[in-house]
Design a protein. Sequence first.
Length: 311
Amino acid sequence: MRLLYLVSHPIQYQAPLLRRIAAEAEIELLVLFENMETAGAYFDEGFGAEITWDVPVTEGYQFQQVGPLGEIEDRISEADVMWIHGWDSRLKLRALEAARRRGVPVLMRGENTLAAMPDGGGLRGMFKRTYLRWIFYRCAAFLCIGTDNRNYYRAHGIDDARLFSMPYAVDNQFFTQQAERATETREDFRRQLDLSPSRPVILFAGKFQQRKNAAVLAAAFQSLDRALHAIRICCLSATASNAKFSWLRHGLTVRFALLVFETNANCQPSMTWPMYLFCHLPKNLGDWQSTKPWHPGAPSLRQMNAAVPPI
């Protein structure tokens, strides 16, 4: 089977899945990227730093950067099935229509939920629902990343027969090996953060932007009826400039350790092993569904992805 996958850019946590699919003898996978910016060094506005992934993001599968629409249409004509990640660009919409004209079934995988992306009311909501019907009519099936995502499609009239589970995957072997290596330096790492062996640690992972809701986490723990000196929140960031995060610190007495961002693979094992609670808050307060894969290998790791104070 010739599978064509159209996605915006190389995404580090999708790479293991693409390699796994490409390893299947029955599947001939070709990935089309709208841009290749994240394949090498690039400046990330959210992190405020130049980022280079230390894990391979384009190895182990065939790929190419998207060219003219005519070239994409040729690739679609050669495919048995097309898989598209979201409908957030004009090119993806044109590819969706091109696949329909050529009789190539489309598998759609997105991250939409009713809470995070409501249709809204009035004329705006009516036009959005019409727009979504146009898109969904051109999809043969939908690859659901979670329950809320599945319910989003159901709410827009998609029958269960067209809904298939495809949650985000984690390369457990890779991260288990990284975590095992991190145990060798665990106590040294805690000392660098001035953490006593018995001190609970809450780790927030995410870009330090207001929409990531780190302040919600900080305020929640400040409201706990316990000695605040026993809690430290470790914040993973791209810059050591505390001034940038004055909005987060304002009015709070919770102790912070600001940790400079490197890359997922280098930082995450070192972060997770000394922690007590791991929190990943959604960027939209109505979105309860995790959209990012995390490795659950560290002992006593507790993953939280909630939009209310975790008390």
